[in-house]
Design a protein around this ligand. Structure first.
Ligand code: FES
Length: 273
């Protein structure tokens, strides 16, 4: 009989942002920071990659924004409903070591990826500074959890409705000028990762970003997640998704992310009818 993956809890965290705990013992047992799963809601469903945000017993947490047909459909599931496939953990784990002081930055729904990285960095003995940012206070997620997980936490909003009025890059620049930071992780929209990682270039601080290109199979076979890093072609699903930010061709990443915008819009409209 085909195994189904049960949604244990389903919560709405912010406008169009949902948090699901899904029972997936095999994934939970092996999941490491930086890795992701690919979900397929049903046999005819599209595959969607989502970062593993946290692990609790036999369940993994995913957090997503309902922005397209499949994520809108996923958002209709409630606790007790099931998902047809949860494949993972996929991708390479984050490079966790005892570096000293690390900064972990999440922007928007990218904040979802930060708690597991922070947890493993703390377990390895690092002092971890978190910076989480969103467009406004209503869109800020996981603040309490990150405050507890990090040694220090800074909050930013683009409109100043909470925390520092500005961007994560502003806080990072100030920190870099004041103290020694040994490693930086940045997870968020491509443009935010590009701009924020620019802050660490003058200091030569190794900086990781988690890339989110279009993915299909998640196993290095289809080539859809192709990115250029250090002038070489890499597949984000098997060579990443984390890469050295200073080597990433962000312009190409952003251009490739837009390839299917028209089709995605049409598909969402059909689903909404
Ligand atoms: Fe197909 Fe990475 S998703 S090669």
């Amino acid at each position: 009989m085909k195994r189904l993956y049960k949604v244990e809890t389903a919560n709405k965290l912010a406008d169009r942002v949902y948090e699901y705990w899904i029972r997936a013992p095999q994934v939970a047992q092996h999941a490491r920071a930086g890795q992701f799963v690919i979900l397929r809601l049903h046999e005819k469903g599209e595959r969607i990659p989502l970062t593993i945000s946290a692990v609790r017993g036999d369940a993994v947490r995913v957090i997503f924004m309902a922005v397209g047909k499949t994520t809108e459909e996923l958002a209709t599931l409630r606790a007790g409903d099931s998902i047809s496939d949860v494949v993972g953990p996929l991708g390479k784990p984050s490079e966790i070591e005892n570096y000293g002081t690390c900064c972990v930055i999440g922007g928007g729904v990218g904040i979802a990826s930060t708690p597991l990285i922070v947890k493993e960095l703390r377990e390895a003995g690092n002092h971890v500074i978190g910076i989480i940012g969103a467009r406004n206070a209503d869109l800020l997620i996981l603040e309490d959890e990150m405050r507890e997980a990090c040694n220090e936490l800074y909050v930013t909003t683009d409109d100043g409705s909470k925390g520092v009025h500005g961007f994560a890059a502003d806080v990072l620049k100030k920190l870099l000028a004041e103290r020694k930071i040994d490693r930086v992780w940045i997870i968020g929209p491509a443009i935010m990762m590009k701009v924020t990682s620019g802050a660490t270039v003058p200091y030569g601080v190794k900086t990781y970003v988690s890339l989110n290109p279009i993915m299909v199979d998640g196993t290095g076979m289809c080539g859809s997640c192709r990115v250029t890093v250090g002038g070489e072609t890499k597949f984000a699903c098997v060579d990443g998704p984390e890469f050295d930010a200073h080597q990433v061709d962000f312009a190409e990443l952003m251009q490739r992310q837009r390839i299917y915008t028209g089709q995605e819009k049409a598909s969402l409209e059909r689903f909404a009818e």
